[in-house]
Write a protein that binds this ligand. Structure first.
Ligand SMILES: [Ca+2]
Ligand SMILES: [Ca+2]
Ligand SMILES: [Ca+2]
Length: 226
């Protein structure tokens, strides 16, 4: 399910968002990019991995609260009640859009890593949400973590068009590892891991999915005894 790709008059590829939610996400990112990023290098992002990791794992309690029948996944009705509890103003259609956008393995349920991506997108798209998440879910660090992830994406998106291109990824990693010959290859590999639909551009959603996979959250379900 690749995005629609056209070619502009100047020959550079043009990427059109696939769904309404995608275009809102791209727009929100473009708007956020105007404020700039506090990240100075790719290594700054890597240094924050552990803190982000801990904070996201703590979301498990939130996830379990909304997975009412404890089957390890949040279905459409559970998500509806979740949004209701968070007092989100999303319409039924918007809630379904969030559900479909984040159910990346298409098993008609939102599992834990999909839920993290969903919450972070909600954070980006719905103003006031951060405050509500904090108040209602008692997770004070979550807002900071989501902001760090948004900030990292803005750092990578040099031309502020709401997407990270392969060139931008290579640039970000090369600047941090100047002199290391392998860094270009690493950048490529990281980029390919992020570019889920292989259209040469990474959206914030793809970035988040890659992130949960890098810190190993996608296989958390099998290691519950901790
Ligand atoms: Ca469930
Ligand atoms: Ca799923
Ligand atoms: Ca870009």
């Amino acid at each position: 399910m690749g995005g629609v790709t056209g070619v502009l008059a100047n020959g550079s590829p043009q990427h059109l968002p696939e769904t309404k939610l995608d275009s809102k996400m791209v727009e929100a990112m473009q708007k956020r990019a105007l404020k700039g990023s506090s990240m100075r290098s790719f290594n700054t992002i890597i240094l924050k991995f552990q803190k982000i990791d801990e904070s996201l794992r703590n979301c498990k309690t939130i996830f379990e609260k909304f997975d009412e029948d404890s089957n390890g996944s949040i279905d459409q009705d559970e998500l509806k009640r979740c949004f209701h509890t968070l007092e989100l103003s999303s319409s039924e259609e918007e809630t379904r859009d969030f559900f479909e956008a984040c159910d990346i393995n298409e098993d008609m349920g939102i599992n834990f890593n999909e839920f993290i991506v969903l919450l972070c997108l909600v954070y980006l798209l719905e103003e006031k949400t951060a405050l509500q998440v904090r108040l209602k879910l008692g997770s004070p660090k979550l807002e900071e973590t989501f902001e760090t992830l948004v900030d990292a994406f803005v750092f990578l998106d040099k031309n502020k068009d709401g997407y990270v291109s392969k060139g931008e990824m290579v640039e970000a990693i090369n600047v941090s590892n100047s002199g290391e010959k392998s860094s270009g290859r690493i950048a490529m590999k990281r980029f390919e891991e992020m570019d889920w639909d292989r259209n040469g551009m990474v959206t914030f959603k793809e970035f988040l999915f890659a992130f949960t996979s890098w810190i190993g959250i996608d296989d958390i379900e099998d290691e519950d005894e901790k």
